[in-house]
Design a binder for this molecule. Sequence first.
Ligand code: FES
Length: 122
Amino acid sequence: MTDSPSQWHRVANRSDIADPGCRGFQIETDSMPVFGFVVLRDGQLHGYENVCPHAGRMLNWGPHRFLTKDDSMIMCAAHGAVFDIGSGECAAGPCMGESLRTIPVREVDGGIEADVSGVNIF
Ligand code: FES
């Protein structure tokens, strides 16, 4: 099996995201759209698919709203599962022991890019 070639897409301007803060995105691929989000905290970027491991629902409360009120955790709007920003592991809620699926992200020339080549599309 060979790895898919990288598919980097610009998903935001760096200046669009506070620290801490987050930004949702949608990337059109050949087969179907990929929904994801990026979180910036302490200068570090973290990217995840916008899919909750509990019931497969989108996590966000509204446009670009993925975090708890104090911006310390990612929180699912459906049933309140909370996830560590750095690891994506569920820390409380109905999917304890599971994790968000990561999407590689990077900062390039004032923009934020995401690589969706590893996203499994069924
Ligand atoms: S779908 Fe996220 S906690 Fe249930």
